[in-house]
Design a protein. Structure first.
Length: 213
């Protein structure tokens, strides 16, 4: 069996059967740290990249060519480490990070954007998204552009918090508000074009640790 293939051969008739991609293994050289010990290392504005924990997540990771299916941001509030995120069917929200790590240990990798940028401004922008709707329009536009080779249309790139966004675009938007921008080779990129794995680009951010229970 080809490990990169989405199909296996049926042992009965030899026809191809669809196989859901398996959950991604830890990245090479990962440093797994218990949540209780990791909090002193996690800063405001750190990017949280999540490995898939569902079939939809695995499909997103597979189709975007990444080990990640979701992006969010770490924000400290009154001594609690919060996970601020944009989620399908829920929209913008903030939850305590610890229960999520306990539920899905080893699924969250922490990255830190390189270079100077205003973390406080980025976190403030990210929190502005709480209560906003999920960006289904952008989701559809990304699918059409990446997989149907259609022109980039309908994607927003404003700093307006009222514009619905997908998860990775929310992180990119907040970080851009803090003065740091992800650039694709040879051209600028719209926030809404960015998928979770793009935020792990070595030129944009550096890996810090993997959170475990």
């Amino acid at each position: 069996m080809n490990a990169t293939s989405a199909y296996d051969t049926c042992g009965c008739c030899g026809t191809a059967e669809f196989r859901w991609p398996a959950a991604a293994p830890p990245i090479a050289g990962s440093r797994q740290v218990r949540f209780a010990d990791a909090t002193s290392e996690i800063l405001d504005g750190d990017v949280l990249l999540w490995r898939p924990t569902s079939l939809l997540g695995r499909l997103i990771a597979w189709k975007t060519g990444s080990v990640y299916s979701h992006a969010s941001m770490a924000v400290w509030q009154r001594g609690s480490l919060m996970n601020v995120e944009m989620v399908q069917w829920a929209g913008g929200r903030q939850l305590r990070l610890q229960p999520q790590v306990l539920r899905w240990p080893g699924s969250c990798d922490v990255y830190r954007p390189r270079g100077p940028y205003d973390k406080e401004a980025a976190c403030a922008k990210m929190v502005e998204l709480c209560g906003q709707e999920y960006g289904w329009r952008d989701f559809a536009a990304i699918v059409a552009h990446r997989y149907l080779r259609m022109p980039v249309v309908g994607l927003n790139n404003t700093l307006d918090a009222d514009e619905p966004r997908v998860c990775s675009a929310s992180d990119a938007w907040a970080i851009r508000a803090g003065g740091r921008k992800l650039v694709y080779p040879g051209r600028d990129v719209l926030d809404s074009e960015i998928v979770p794995g793009d935020l792990a680009d070595d030129g944009f951010s550096r890996y810090v640790l993997t959170l475990v229970a």
